[in-house]
Design a protein around this ligand. Structure first.
Ligand code: A2P
Length: 283
């Protein structure tokens, strides 16, 4: 497994296993156990995924040392503000059954983000969280909020793949040494992308599948990637991307596929309110 150094000195495995939309009480436990067995050392969950307890159980029962597994969770919007966020960190720890989380993110950048961030900074100082970060910050939101933080985020987890390469955001984040974590790194299974002839030709050349070519491109671009699969062969294959290297011409071919648009626009009016209405993690 390859690691990336964060701006706070901690190291994070380049490829993580995401558990969004996998049920708790069994399915997430089995999926995480399997992912750890085939070599993943980085699991990405969230309070709003409702499966932190299965993640924690799988980590505990894996037989792998806790320090070797990087566990991320995320604060939900309902718990923004200083006091609520402080409590929410403890609830996540309790559900995970862990003494610390490796990374805790502000999942959505709306409401009282500054108060929540202060709570995360304090939890980091108290040793409850090793690294803190943000998620779904567009260039506009990042430029408004991050300059008001007294600690820089270690990462910003956003939608990112060859058709949406986040060039403007990466320019801003690079200046701060903030790493990009990519959700939907395969365009959420986008057929047009996975069947792109140039990508298929590279797959043939390297004896890999199209998904592995896309993930390799992203790793060479410096992203931390969270590919999702429920297929055991592809789960294992998606971390088997460190035994070949794309040429600079191939990198440029994939760079040219950027459309500058993704499926989610964090700047759209009402996004925060809609998310809050649609996902309730407690009363
Ligand atoms: P499956 O679960 O059948 O493997 P994203 O990570 O961008 O959300 O994409 C997830 C989608 O991509 C899922 O539909 C998943 O299907 C598919 N997928 C995952 N890995 C690969 C791969 N290596 N090649 C092609 N499709 C993949």
């Amino acid at each position: 497994m390859q690691y990336v150094q964060l701006n706070d000195g901690n190291k994070i495995p380049t490829v993580g296993f995401g558990v969004f939309q996998i049920e708790n009480d069994g399915p997430t436990y089995d999926a995480v156990k399997y992912a750890l067995k085939v070599g993943y050392r980085h699991i990405d969950t969230a309070a709003a995924y409702f499966n932190e307890s299965d993640v924690g159980r799988a980590v505990k029962n894996s037989g792998i040392e806790r320090e070797e597994i990087f566990v991320t969770s995320k604060l939900w919007l309902q718990d923004h503000g200083y006091e609520a966020a402080k409590k929410a960190v403890d609830v996540s720890l309790q559900k995970l059954g862990l003494d610390y989380m490796d990374l805790y993110l502000i999942h959505q950048p709306y409401g009282d983000v500054l108060g929540a961030w202060q709570a995360l900074e304090e939890a980091k100082h108290a040793g409850k969280i090793k690294s803190i970060g943000v998620s779904n910050m567009s260039p506009k939101i990042y430029s408004e909020l991050v300059p008001q933080f007294s600690t820089l985020p270690a990462v910003n987890q956003v939608e990112c793949n060859p058709t949406f390469q986040q060039k403007e955001l990466r320019y801003l984040m690079d200046k701060d040494g903030v790493k990009l974590e990519a959700w939907y790194p395969l365009g959420h299974g986008d057929k047009k992308l996975l069947e792109n002839p140039a990508i298929s030709a590279m797959a043939k050349k390297y004896g890999k599948n199209a998904g592995q070519i896309i993930l390799r491109f992203e790793v060479q671009e410096g992203f931390i990637i969270l590919p999702k699969s429920t297929n055991p062969e592809r789960i294992a294959g998606n971390i088997n991307i460190f035994d070949f290297e794309l040429t600079s011409d191939e990198i440029n071919t994939i760079r040219a596929m950027d459309t500058g648009k993704g499926s989610h626009n964090p700047d759209a009016p009402g996004v925060g309110d809609n998310l809050l209405r649609n996902y309730k993690i407690h009363d």
